[in-house]
Design a binder for this molecule. Sequence first.
Ligand SMILES: *Cc1c(COP(=O)(O)O)cnc(C)c1O
Length: 383
Amino acid sequence: MRENALAEAVVDLDAIAHNTELIARAAPTAAVMAVVKADAFGHGMVPVARAALAHGASWLGVATSAEALQLRAAGIGAPLLSWVHSPHEDFRAAILADVDLSVSSPEVLDAISSCAAELGVRATIQLKIDTGLSRSGAAESDWPALVRRARQLERDSLVRVRGVWSHLISADDPGGAHTADQIERFDLAVAAARAAGLDPELCHLANSAAALDAPRTHYDLVRPGIGLYGVEPVAGKVFGLRTALTLRARTILVKDVPAGTGVSYGHDHTTVQDGRLALVPLGYADGVPRSASGRGEVLIGGRRHPIAGRIAMDQFVVDLGQHAAHVGAEVVVIGGDGPAVTEWARWAGTLPHEIYTGIGSRVTRRYTGHRTAHLLFGETCVA
Ligand SMILES: *Cc1c(COP(=O)(O)O)cnc(C)c1O
């Protein structure tokens, strides 16, 4: 870690490359769409997208049009799907940037086709069916009208339906009963789309867990997110993914305190012996979850130490007991030899996804990797 940095998240792009290749091998008949929404789960959208595309992914997936346009602005021309849209959005920039737009409702379909008409071009869309998650996706009862309307707009040269897709209920248990039922509903929806005259070339359903562990969900393309970042997605199974991110900081203050010293807001923690406290310049605004106060640990000098008392917005305190640490000592907070992201998720009562996406914008991202070094232009790279 750099001497003058308060904290940094180091992302090993070779791990992203390894994970992309591993998932691609597990789904050999499908294309891989690397899901890089939410700044690539906090890892940095553009570098991760480049690494995934160079190592087995041929598509990128994001939530919003703004994210899609950020990838295009970085010069990434790969096929790209975005899927969280409001009917009140201005779709013109995304259409001109060749972004596939997901459609779950006639309102969004009409908004997109109006923008396409205004531009005098054809928008490429992918129709989403709700096969049971009850989140986005058209309800089964609305599907026949949606595919008829889409077919009409294809005839009018305003849209082209490239794909039909859906999302699984059991994100970490793809072998369960839900998945079998969803596959059945999905096949019916695809058949109805074809019967209406559509000719989708891409059908897709699988997230990371399903890509690794449920071949029947693979269809033409799989959409891994969390697996790319190295978190094993199927409960109780290990596929050999490698985590990519390490969050580190340096102590900025070390002081001796007597036994019985209360620490941080509300004095939830009291030292049990004469000893030492170390101050770490990371807080919940940087993604160290406040809800892990009283449980979280970090690695300093090769040893685990407890976080003492409440995690504050910008800093937390570590109870070193009688151990020593100098000011400027490295603190491994997440990943590397320190606590795994899954431990943080347990301490905070959440998922690794939320821990990663919570890492704040004050934390500098730095990229490493031998195999991927040539992909980094603007980003710093230490091979
Ligand atoms: C986030 C997301 C994914 C990735 O899911 P993981 O379980 O992280 O692999 C795939 N598809 C959609 C629609 C998503 O929103």
